[in-house]
Design a binder for this molecule. Structure first.
Ligand SMILES: Nc1ncnc2c1ncn2[C@@H]1O[C@H](COP(=O)(O)OP(=O)(O)O)[C@@H](O)[C@H]1O
Ligand SMILES: [Mg+2]
Length: 388
């Protein structure tokens, strides 16, 4: 007797959890339980209120339950046994003839309830996972799209910020020639008034007009310079690193002079020609130089100096821009390349300069930028691969 129940238990147990798809798993359970326990009927109902079974074996026999189904063993008028086994999802109804040893079977079925519930949970988990997997691709596409949009917005914002800095640079470059023109024209007017009835010295006037012309050419030249500088490079160009460095410095030179900041260029790669997007590299250098200039504003320093050095090592060109303006506090160093990080709230810092510079270097110039504090100042180091 005992052996018979052991075998039955074993057969039923091995039918549980063989599939991760609810319907096929419950089919196996219903059929195996029906056969092994010699039931008259086994039906799985996926809802408490369901009238029709989702899966069944044997001839369906009705037993109208008046109450909410609980785990229970009941007998109908014909003395057939009905077992209701509520599960995590729905319930199973078993019907047995009055000849079977119902108590053993009922105990066994109740024992398996937890196991069946576990298996149902596993099926639900797998189903959820499949759903997630199906959605994953579209969710990734959406996330990537969002990132792209964000990046585009950052580029736009940083362009606006650069534009503001550019206007400031132009204003500085123009201050002196405009003053010169003003002085020359004043001088001319003074001469006209003083000459009274005497004939005017044509040669003298010609010299003044030449000088004015020279200054106007300079004004127009600076505007052209800035305009071409902020245009995106269409193609890579072979450029001498020395000319790139001097060009960037020349654009901000007046402002640096105005703040008594000296610039020294130690170019150890005089004859090195690199193939690169010239304007983009210039923009990066200008961002770094602008930051150094800003850093000096909060410093009392009688020897303000920016040193730009270049050297090559292991097929890489290093451009290092070093200042002595105090460097960056250790607690924020890890944030300086993040977008919107700025310590210049009162100056309307955008916090986009270094972020954009890094993006330009990585995406367009196949290069990297690193930072370190050294000798009481900041050092930004650009590393570009070069072909020998
Ligand atoms: N040479 C430097 N010396 C000191 N701090 C610097 C220097 N360069 C950058 N920083 C710090 O890095 C921050 C981020 O720079 P950046 O991205 O250009 O934004 P912003 O100039 O608009 O503040 C600055 O606010 C400043 O705190
Ligand atoms: Mg900046």
């Amino acid at each position: 007797m005992k052996e018979k129940y052991l075998k039955m238990s074993y057969e039923c147990l091995s039918a549980i959890g063989n599939s991760f798809e609810l319907e096929s798993m419950m089919s196996e359970i219903v059929i195996t339980f029906y056969q092994s326990t010699k039931a008259l009927y086994v039906g799985y109902y996926d809802d408490y209120r369901a009238i029709k079974p989702l899966i069944s074996a044997g001839k369906e026999m009705d037993f109208v339950l008046k109450t909410y189904p609980q785990e229970c063993l009941l007998q109908d008028e014909a003395k057939n046994y009905f077992i209701f086994l509520p599960l995590k999802a729905g319930f199973i109804k078993f019907v047995y003839s009055k000849e079977v040893a119902i108590n053993e079977i009922y105990a066994m079925l109740c024992n398996f309830k937890r196991k069946i519930n576990f298996a149902i949970s596993a099926c639900e988990g797998v189903k959820e996972l499949q759903g997630l997997n199906e959605n994953l691709e579209s969710r990734i596409t959406q996330a990537v799209k969002k990132i792209r949009e964000h990046e585009e917005m950052l580029v736009l914002q940083s362009k606006n910020a650069i534009m503001g800095e550019m206007l400031e640079m132009i204003a500085h470059q123009w201050r002196q020639p405009i003053t010169s023109i003003g002085m020359i024209s004043n001088n001319m007017l003074f001469n006209i008034i003083m000459s009274e009835d005497e004939p005017l010295d044509k040669e003298f006037f010609k010299n003044d007009i030449d000088e004015i012309d020279k200054q106007i050419k300079y004004l127009s030249h600076t505007i052209d310079d800035f305009r071409s500088f902020f245009k995106e490079s269409k193609t890579k160009e072979a450029v001498q690193i020395d000319s790139v460095l001097h060009r960037s410095v020349s654009l901000i030179k007046k402002q640096l002079e105005h703040s008594s900041i000296k610039v020294e260029i130690n170019n150890c790669c005089d004859d090195l020609i690199i193939n690169t997007y010239k304007n983009e590299l210039n923009q990066v250098l200008l961002n770094i130089l602008n930051n150094a200039k800003d850093a000096f504003e909060t410093q009392k320093n009688n020897n303000k100096k920016i040193t730009i050095s270049t050297f090559t090592k292991d097929n890489n060109l290093f451009i290092e821009i070093k200042d002595n303006a105090g460097g960056i506090s250790e607690d924020v160093i890890h944030k300086i390349f993040e977008p919107y990080f700025s310590t210049k709230k009162e100056k309307n810092g955008t916090g986009l300069g270094l972020y954009m510079s890094k993006i330009i270097l990585q995406k367009h110039l196949n290069s990297e930028m690193f930072f370190r504090n050294e000798d009481g100042g900041a050092v930004f180091s650009i590393v570009m691969p070069v072909k020998k």
